[in-house]
Design a protein around this ligand. Sequence first.
Ligand code: AMP
Length: 449
Amino acid sequence: MPRKKTPKFQSLTGMHDILPEDQKYFYEIYKTAKNIADFYGFGEITTPILEQAELFSRGVGMATDVVKKQMYTFRTKGGELVTLRPEGTASIVRAYIEHGMRTLPQPVKLWYFGPFFRYEKPQGGRYRQFWQFGFEIIGDASPVEDAQVILIFYKILEELKLKNLIIQINSIGDHQCRPYYKRLLGSYLRAHHSSLCADCRRRIKENPLRVLDCKEEKCQSIINSAPQILDHLCRECHDHFKEVLEYLDNLGLPYHLNPYLVRGLDYYTRTVFEIFAEQEEFHELGDQESKNNQEKKESLSIISKNALAGGGRYDTLVKLLGGKETPAFGAAGGVERIVEAMKFAKIKLARTQKPKIFLAQLGKQAKREILRLIEEFRQAKVPVAFSLSKDSLKSQLKLADRLGVKYTLILGQKEVVEGKIIIRNMQTGKQKITATKTIVQEMKKKISK
Ligand code: AMP
């Protein structure tokens, strides 16, 4: 086999082109999110991709992996330290403060869809440029808002036809109860210091909560026996969380309490959640194995390790970024991961209307005329196919045949002069000649029969 030559220019590691076949999925996700956003009264906001670096170091937290290791930060020619946004919430909060949205009726509900950047180790479902959509409710402390955002994300994924969705949920307390828990966790982790990975040993000092989202194998057994924050919530946090769960129960949403879910960003308070899709993998089983088919099938049922969406409450972030004390709740979904889950589940998208008419031309004058005619069909909302690059009628008819259209309209020099066009029925091969002036209306009737 001839060796493929590596092109001189390739997309950067962890970055990828979104080709037309994937763009369809992106658009479907955008459309689904937008429909739900419109219904629930979220306004769409687009913020710049570049922000002051400090917005994230202060907002997301100095001890987080995102800030410590994953930001694309550089100095501009003007000497400003800027960052390619690694997440959406800090920018939205900046915009909320900058545009004085506090004077609007509260809460303010915003949503967004766009690219984000994290210098992560590229691996399954983890990219350096990836797309997210997010929903934020700023200006309401009530647990009903937590439940509303969780419901919205669950419904978006469900409407995209993803099945077996599971919400993992936890409360990480607030400024009253978390400091005590952090100390408790810190002393537990210090006792197991030597069994933790190098990053976690550092995390104990900076923020022991960050140890709980470590993915290293060697840290897992220590994390799994760590004290749980749910046992140490203050009364207010406990009641808030209980109410959120009651809303979820009432909505019939399936959730698992995960006492070690803390999420990778420092700004969260109280409720945090992530949504996963349980995926089943089927392998071809041999005869001997097929006896235990059912058993095997079950053992092959895996929960995808990557969250499709996640978020939580961030009651201190607005103040931290220079605004007044304002409670808020938000979440984001990862578009590439959702596309991957949809493809894995073999979810088919609704097809765009396939053209039933092909427009063929023969000669220079006909080519000129056909371009005008194509536009007439577009304005009448009748899809048509054509190939302006092909000059021979034979090759155009071959293409029309391959596309499976019902009719081909043929325009030659003679027809242009006479203001006529030929209609060829592709099934019977029969042809008739008709006036070009009324062809769009005539064809509209023909294909609607
Ligand atoms: P986060 O902003 O970390 O709360 O992440 C929200 C969602 O964005 C996650 O649940 C993922 O679906 C997605 N996501 C986060 N980081 C990445 C990444 N590096 N590559 C692809 N998707 C990501």
